[in-house]
Design a protein around this ligand. Structure first.
Ligand SMILES: [Zn+2]
Length: 86
């Protein structure tokens, strides 16, 4: 990938990585790329584990809703909590 991509293009690239069930390695790369360009992952942040960078799916994670929080437990043991917006 060239470095002269626009923010928009990088954004699209990052989104695509998340859409195609990428490996942890690719997720990590996407996150680094976003950080280096000051791009906010927003909702995408909730789709992967902050510790092992696995994309959450029904095989590797447990999702629970509790007191207005969405709690996702990854297979690596890391627990992510996100406030649910109304
Ligand atoms: Zn994990």
């Amino acid at each position: 990938m060239k470095s002269d991509l626009t923010r928009q293009e990088i954004n699209e690239h990052i989104k695509n990585i998340f859409l195609k069930e990428s490996s942890a390695k690719e997720i990590k790369k996407a996150k680094k790329l976003a950080m280096s360009k000051n791009i906010k992952l927003g909702e995408l942040r909730k789709k992967f584990c902050k510790k092992c960078y696995s994309l959450f799916n029904s095989n590797n994670s447990e999702i629970r809703i509790k007191k207005g929080f969405k709690i996702t437990k990854c297979k690596c043991g890391h627990i992510s909590r996100y406030k649910i917006k109304n």
